[in-house]
Ligand binder design. Structure first.
Ligand SMILES: *Cc1c(COP(=O)(O)O)cnc(C)c1O
Length: 355
């Protein structure tokens, strides 16, 4: 499961504090206003000026020649591997990668690719682990065509790959004739947290994308960037997958609004995540992974409350979060305030005391 939220209970109070995911953000009034005023055209034939502007801006932001607007981050990943690989090829990624566990097997179903899961702490494999997984080109083994990283690593705890590790992985990939793909669903969280510009972070990566429907707060969309030739090929897959749109400027306007107003403020989400982790860590028996960005993973079992029970009890207080791969994940975002974080910590403390 992507995540296991508490069972739906008709008697539960409304959700007041939504820590389930940064996908839960609602478009702000200003964002809706920008959407309503958007100049639009037929995106499919390249005539939507707002989509075109968004693509230019993201290409510039990521330091690439070109970019394309997609309905989702998943389609960015899928279209990218469909361009990079041929049937029977192997993609190397961390074993917790979204492309392995959360895209419905798309890379196998649509492309005929296999993904080699690499091990490593916190959602990241080391350059040495990557090097050790490479084999010479023989007719026995699958061609190893692409290496993929998630910046930030979602299930890894929203962790940030260091620029040095990214550069080393690129160098190894290039020396072995491989393409490099960056799943940057939360790349801007990493750039805000480190101060390293997105173009630097993505330098050397043949394809990179950012999601607008996560912490950036837009309702729809991801933008995939790369060389002009790569993006031409991606367009063919966008068409084939049914991702070519019409007056998509309405959605792109929300993304442009997010670039202008919702990037720097990601720092607030990171501060809220740190405050949540600090508060939880002060409760005896709760094991918390130190957050690097906006995702906080913790286990309350040591305090005598299993994760499922904690999630269910918090829901009774109007706090929504979920189990994810055996731990609880709390996600801070645009619609989460520091007062909500304090309230959540208070509820957790009470639930532990009552147990
Ligand atoms: C959310 C996410 C995706 C997929 O994005 P959607 O817009 O939900 O399709 C891909 N990779 C990572 C790391 C994600 O967190």
């Amino acid at each position: 499961m992507i995540y296991t939220p508490p069972p739906r209970d008709p008697n539960a109070p409304p959700v007041r504090i939504n820590l389930l995911s940064d996908t839960q953000t609602r478009p702000t009034a200003a964002m809706r206003d920008a959407m309503a005023r958007a100049e639009v055209g037929d995106e499919q034939i390249g005539d939507d000026p707002t989509v075109n502007l968004l693509c230019e801006r993201v290409a510039g932001l990521l330091g690439k020649q070109a970019a394309v607007f997609m309905p989702s981050g998943t389609m960015c990943n899928v279209a990218a591997t469909l361009v990079h690989c041929r049937p029977g090829d192997e993609i190397l990624a961390h074993e917790t990668a979204h492309i392995i566990s959360r895209e419905g097997g798309a890379h196998a179903a649509l492309g005929g690719f296999q993904i080699m899961p690499l091990k490593g702490d916190d959602g990241q494999f080391t350059p040495d682990t990557f090097r050790a997984a490479l084999h010479p080109r023989t007719r026995y083994q699958p061609p190893q065509t692409v290496v993929s990283v998630e910046q930030t690593a979602n299930i890894g705890g929203g962790t940030i790959w260091s620029k040095a590790a990214l550069d080393e992985i690129v160098a190894i990939a290039k020396a072995n004739g491989m393409a490099t793909h960056m799943d940057g669903a939360r790349l801007l969280n990493a750039t805000v947290a480190t101060g390293i510009p997105a173009a630097e972070m993505a330098a050397g990566w043949d394809s990179a994308w950012i999601d607008f429907s996560k912490g950036l707060g837009a309702p729809i969309g991801g933008v995939l960037a790369g060389s002009a030739d790569f993006i031409d090929e991606v367009w063919r897959w966008k068409q084939r997958l049914g991702g070519a749109m019409r007056q998509a400027g309405i959605a792109a306007a929300a993304c442009i609004h997010a670039l202008d107003h919702h990037v720097d403020r990601l720092a607030e989400d990171h501060a809220n995540a740190r405050a949540l982790a600090r508060g939880l860590a002060q409760i005896d028996g709760i094991a918390v992974q130190e957050p690097e960005t906006n995702l906080v993973f913790f286990k309350p079992d040591g305090a005598g409350v299993p994760g499922n029970k904690m999630v269910g009890e918090l829901r009774k207080h109007g706090v929504l979060l979920a189990m994810m791969d055996g731990r609880i994940r709390a996600c801070t975002h645009l619609d989460v305030t520091s007062a909500m974080i304090e309230e959540t910590i208070g509820h957790v403390r009470e639930i532990v005391r009552a147990a």
